[in-house]
Design a protein around this ligand. Structure first.
Ligand code: PLP
Length: 455
């Protein structure tokens, strides 16, 4: 299986980037009923080639320019395999002390590597970090902590969220609204704060909305600062937003799912500027650091609020270690009870040179993105529609929406590359996200040639 994975990654370029199958095709290649006799593993492996490969969209393909990346490294694959093989559940310190303590250390290492404030360290007075499965879970956790704090803990007893109000721009990721809905904050309690011409939140508009909500007897409680939005990689101004939000006791959560990892490179540390004002922060090594999915890093400066919102202590989970205060029980820092030993893949990755590799990759991707933007700028048929400080450039055809839509559709159907459609300022646009581990200049040239040929 390991050889098969290595061969796959070495030869992924031969496949069409987007899967060419139709709905139902994959299931139709498999027996309708489960086998009654055990099959040899070779038969299972053969079906990986016959059935699974044709049904894949190849995220590790160097011409994958869609969504945001989800790159992998060999070290992290082995770390994940080790976690599967050990099969431990790290819900409490005592259920597997190494699972908790390696994770806490990895969060502290990453705080250092990303230049994040000391207040997020496990050794700080009030903060700490945890590995979550996804940015969506981190966001939800942050909302639950903020909800607890804003209601003085009352929400745990009466479940009343009716007066709480949250803020984000229309550019914030869909996981923000999803998390709020799960937490009992309906769309009528979510304010879309206007953004500027670069799609970044306007703090003056936020101030106006918070003031109006307070005047109406509501409780502003949570704001999402997006550092690298999904549609266009816009950066909301953290310090200015915090200056408005925190005097009103509004929890400031920073969603840097994609872009925060860029801070591994000192010249991109600006992505995390203003973080000393954040109540919580998340970023995804599973997007751009070669740590395979799933791995989101979530820090808070107020772990008491998190524990207030999420700790429940049934008799069967009591332990002397936790009661002494000397140990962390990460089950109280997340939604599920059980948890995998995800820290191993971060640890393996960092110890085998993963940071230097990620920095080199990030620099390459950023440089290639700037080149792509220059090519698009120089072609009168295209326009670049948003700033592109990192590894996402968004373009459209001057001809208009129908032409841009048709271009994206035909480019994706070709199998030569994969792009994602978005709408910015009411106009259809094509996101070109450069982030696969194997992407080099020739792949980006090829993607640009494809768009030009079909335009
Ligand atoms: N936030 C932003 C800005 C994103 O771009 C994404 C995904 O691309 C998410 C959140 C959600 O990430 P996850 O899949 O880890 O929940």
């Amino acid at each position: 299986m390991i050889d098969w994975i290595a061969d796959y990654l070495a030869t992924v370029e031969q496949y069409p980037v987007g899967s060419q199958v139709q709905p139902g095709d994959i299931r139709a290649m498999l027996p309708e009923h489960p086998p009654t006799e055990a099959e040899p593993f070779e038969a299972v492996l053969a079906d990986m080639d016959r059935v699974v490969i044709p049904g894949l969209t190849h995220w590790q393909h160097p011409n994958f320019f869609a969504f945001f990346p989800a790159n992998v490294s060999y070290a992290s694959i082995l770390g994940d395999l080790a976690a599967s093989g050990l099969g431990v559940q790290g819900m409490s310190w005592m259920t597997s002390p190494a699972c908790t303590e390696v994770e806490t250390l990895m969060m502290d290492w990453m705080q250092e590597l990303l230049g994040l404030p000391e207040k997020f360290r496990s050794t700080s007075e009030r903060g700490g970090g945890v590995i979550q499965g996804s940015a969506s879970e981190a966001t939800l956790t942050s909302i639950l902590a903020a909800r607890w704090r804003a209601t003085g803990g009352q929400v745990n007893t009466n479940g009343d969220t009716t007066r709480l109000v949250a803020y984000a721009t229309s550019q914030a990721h869909s996981s923000i609204e999803k998390g709020l809905r799960i937490a009992g904050i309906g769309t009528g309690q979510i304010r879309a704060v206007p953004h500027d011409e670069h799609f970044a939140m306007r703090p003056d508009e936020l101030a106006r909305m918070i003031e109006a909500d307070i005047a109406a007897g509501l409780i502003p409680f949570w704001v999402c600062v997006s550092r690298g939005t999904t549609s266009s990689m816009a950066f909301d101004p953290t310090a200015e937003i915090a200056a408005v939000a925190q005097p009103a006791n509004v929890w400031v959560h920073v969603d840097a799912a994609m872009s925060g990892i860029a801070a591994l490179a000192p010249e991109h540390r600006w992505v995390n500027e203003g973080m000393e004002h954040a109540d919580s922060y998340c970023t995804n090594p599973h997007k751009w650091m070669g740590v395979n999915f799933d791995c989101d890093l979530f820090w808070t400066a107020d772990r008491a609020a998190l524990l207030g919102a999420l700790s429940i202590l049934p008799e069967y989970l009591r332990s002397k270690a936790a009661e002494s205060g000397a140990a962390i029980d990460y089950r109280d820092w997340q939604v599920p009870l059980g948890r995998r030993f995800r820290a191993l893949k971060v640890w393996f990755n960092i110890r085998t040179g993963g940071v230097a590799d990620a920095v080199a990759m990030i620099r390459r991707h950023v440089a290639l993105t700037q080149e792509f933007a220059e090519w698009a700028d120089a072609d009168p048929r295209f326009e670049v529609v948003a700033p592109h400080p990192l590894n996402l450039v968004v373009v459209r055809l001057v001809e208009g929406d129908a032409a841009t839509d048709s271009l994206i559709e035909r480019a994706n159907a070709s199998g030569r590359a994969l792009f994602t459609r978005t709408v910015l300022d009411g106009k259809v646009a094509c996101r070109v996200s450069i982030g696969a581990s194997g992407t080099e200049r020739r792949h980006v040239e090829d993607g640009w040639a494809l768009l030009r040929e079909l335009a």
